[in-house]
Design a protein around this ligand. Structure first.
Ligand SMILES: N[C@@H](CCC(=O)N[C@@H](CS)C(=O)NCC(=O)O)C(=O)O
Length: 241
């Protein structure tokens, strides 16, 4: 049985889970506690980040490397296009989503969490003691605001522009590259989860997200596209342990 070491709300872990669902592969998740739990990840792989995939003796770190590994052991459906132009486009989109998009969205989430105590609390790992969650949700607003001002208090125009462009595109075309689901769709959709949490994020987070994005009418087609993709993959999900 494949084992996915993960943080529940990590977009990179979601990216791998979406691929496992698309390929109808059975797997079990092992929830890692940030900090202490990463010691085990380090022992297994020589690095501390999740997602980490363990397939018997094989241990693979990094979402893109894991997906290549999965693509090699289960060919259908093919998520990394073989046609050179499509393959290049899919790779470039995946790389952009994993780096620039991921970073800008994380910043937006930190800003949103600074002004929304219930979002802050919902983002904490489920197994943390209630008393600690309570403490985090009550951190003074001034403290959190100081933190976010240090990052930058403007909405990211680059992020909004890029998202609006994709939102327009998915009004008329289902897939970002070629005529079928690819790693490009999965890489973008998984990062979007932090701007507007999908049903798979669980009851406490579903419906929450970043103001200016989750409630932005121009981005409605984009989040509908993401929701449809999630629904399509859920229908393929093998009985998960
Ligand atoms: N490029 C990596 C990024 C993985 C990553 O940044 N993982 C984060 C969780 S979202 C992590 O494990 N952070 C813990 C740490 O840096 O100690 C991938 O695609 O898997």
């Amino acid at each position: 049985m494949l084992e996915l070491y993960q943080f529940q709300h990590s977009t990179f872990c979601l990216k791998v889970r979406m691929v496992l669902q698309a390929k109808k592969m059975s797997y079990r998740t092992i929830e890692i506690t940030p900090g202490i739990g990463q010691v085990n990840v380090f022992k297994l792989s020589g690095q501390r980040k999740v997602p980490l995939l363990k397939d018997g003796e094989n241990v693979v770190a990094d979402s893109s490397a894991i997906i290549e590994y999965l693509e090699n052991i289960t060919k259908e459906p093919q998520l990394i296009p073989s046609e050179p132009q499509e393959s290049t486009n899919a790779h470039i989109i995946e790389d952009w989503a994993d780096t620039t998009l991921a970073k800008e969205i994380r910043i937006e989430l930190i800003k949103a969490a600074a002004i929304d105590p219930s979002l802050r609390e919902a983002l904490l790992p489920e197994d943390l003691p209630e008393s600690f969650k309570d403490l985090i949700s009550k951190l003074p607003l001034e403290f959190m605001n100081g933190f976010t001002q240090a990052i930058n208090n403007e909405k990211s125009n680059n992020l909004l522009n890029s998202l609006e462009k994709i939102s327009n595109l998915v009004k008329t075309q289902q897939w970002l590259v070629g005529n079928s689901l690819s790693i490009a769709d999965i890489a973008v959709a998984s990062q979007l989860s932090l701007l507007s949490f999908p049903t798979s994020s669980g009851e406490s987070l579903f419906g929450k997200g970043c103001p200016g994005y989750k409630d932005n009418p121009l981005l409605e087609p984009l989040f509908n596209w993401r929701n449809n993709l999630e629904q399509l993959l859920l229908e393929r999900d093998p009985a998960q342990i």
